[in-house]
Design a protein around this ligand. Structure first.
Ligand SMILES: [Zn+2]
Length: 104
């Protein structure tokens, strides 16, 4: 029996290992901007979070992103990312489970 190798990454907030596609990537670009990278293709240092706002809030509280990105992320950036995260969360899950809601 063959086992497919699924790339796993650790959520920086809850420390759970998850398949990469289940996680939302936050990236610090070479220009020094911290932003959500939904497609996982931007260059820069990345950190992964579960696709859950609860995990983002945890990361914000514990400053997990500061550690993961090796640079301080200011409070306004955390607030901005939280807004983005809430928007992106819907899109992220809609894209993933799109097939189940097609019947109507
Ligand atoms: Zn998590």
């Amino acid at each position: 029996m063959k086992t497919r190798k699924i790339p796993m990454r650790k959520c920086v907030a809850c420390q759970e290992m998850m398949p990469k596609k289940e996680l939302i990537r936050v990236v610090r670009t070479p220009e020094g901007e911290t932003q959500i990278d939904l497609k996982g293709k931007k260059s820069g240092r990345g950190a992964y979070l579960c696709g859950k706002v609860a995990c983002f809030k945890l990361a914000k509280k514990s400053k997990a992103l500061d550690r993961a990105l090796k640079q301080p992320v200011g409070a306004p950036i955390y607030d901005q990312l939280e807004q983005d995260f809430i928007q992106v969360e819907e899109e992220f899950h809609a894209g993933k489970d799109g097939m189940d809601d097609d019947e109507f």
